[in-house]
Design a protein around this ligand. Structure first.
Ligand SMILES: [Fe+2]
Length: 261
């Protein structure tokens, strides 16, 4: 197993490993690397849906999706290039924070990827927290915000009034490492508890920009066979749609996390 850092702010690439056949000791090593680097890339894998699910299950139970799952494997959602206008992932977010217990990790396996474009960008939210002043950190430490799926519902042409919502701390302590991270995102964070709307809007706007400063970011360019997993408690991500109609087929699954409050 060969490990190399992906970039200064986050990420590691793990080569010379087949995730279908790893023992407990190697898994422990991978788990430690995951907590340290937040995004892991395993190139050149050859995974059937069961293989991807078995590897993911080492971290916990899979999150079933109400729609879009594979017929025989409802835990796996297929991400396909449906053209830019139908794209719903072109925004910075942590997955499904409109649920009270959002998935702790997301795992994507690429079956087909464009030669150029279609990257996934990541931003390290532990660094975003550390980059705040002591004054701002202490203000945010006791604050909560509402996250909502209203925007998504609108995109899917569904009822917005019944879209799921959840309240999360704005600074989240990672339950495995104890490390603090900024926990807001432009896609889902709607307003700050106890604030007037205009106060909330101004502060959130600052945090949305701050959270994705260039020095917290990296990008992954996909190759077929890449397995990539990220920690939704530690990073935001953004699917860049700049590949026109070129084929991009990815199998996605998620592992259940705990309630944040
Ligand atoms: Fe996502």
């Amino acid at each position: 197993m060969k490990v190399s850092k992906l970039s200064a702010p986050l990420g590691a690439r793990i080569e010379d490993i087949d995730v279908r056949s790893i023992d407990e000791r190697i898994w422990q090593e991978i788990h430690t690397l995951f907590l340290k680097h937040h995004v892991l890339v395993f190139p050149s894998q050859s995974l059937a849906p069961e293989d991807q699910m078995n590897f993911a299950r080492r971290w916990g139970s899979l999150v079933k999706f109400p729609y879009g799952g594979l017929e025989d494997y409802p835990d796996i959602i297929v991400l396909k290039n449906n053209g830019k206008t139908a794209d719903v992932n072109q925004h910075w977010h942590s997955d499904m924070t409109y649920n009270q217990a959002p998935p702790k990790l997301t795992m994507l396996y690429a079956h087909a990827a464009p030669e150029f474009g279609g990257d996934t960008a990541f931003a390290n939210q532990h660094l975003a927290y550390q980059g705040l002043s002591d004054g701002m950190k202490s203000v945010l430490n006791n604050m909560n915000a509402t996250h909502s799926a209203e925007g998504l519902a609108k995109l899917f042409g569904q009822e917005t009034a019944t879209a799921p919502k959840a309240v999360h701390p704005m600074i989240r302590s990672h339950e495995e490492t104890g490390d603090k991270a900024l926990y807001v995102c432009r896609a889902f964070t709607q307003d700050i508890s106890g604030f007037h709307r205009d106060e909330s809007k101004a502060l959130l706007e600052f945090l949305f920009s701050h959270s994705v400063r260039m020095e917290y970011q990296t990008r992954h360019h996909w190759q077929a066979g890449d397995l990539v997993m990220w920690d939704n408690r530690s990073v935001l991500h953004f699917a860049v749609h700049d590949h026109g109609d070129e084929e991009r087929v990815i199998h996605r699954l998620q592992v259940q996390g705990v309630s944040t409050l």
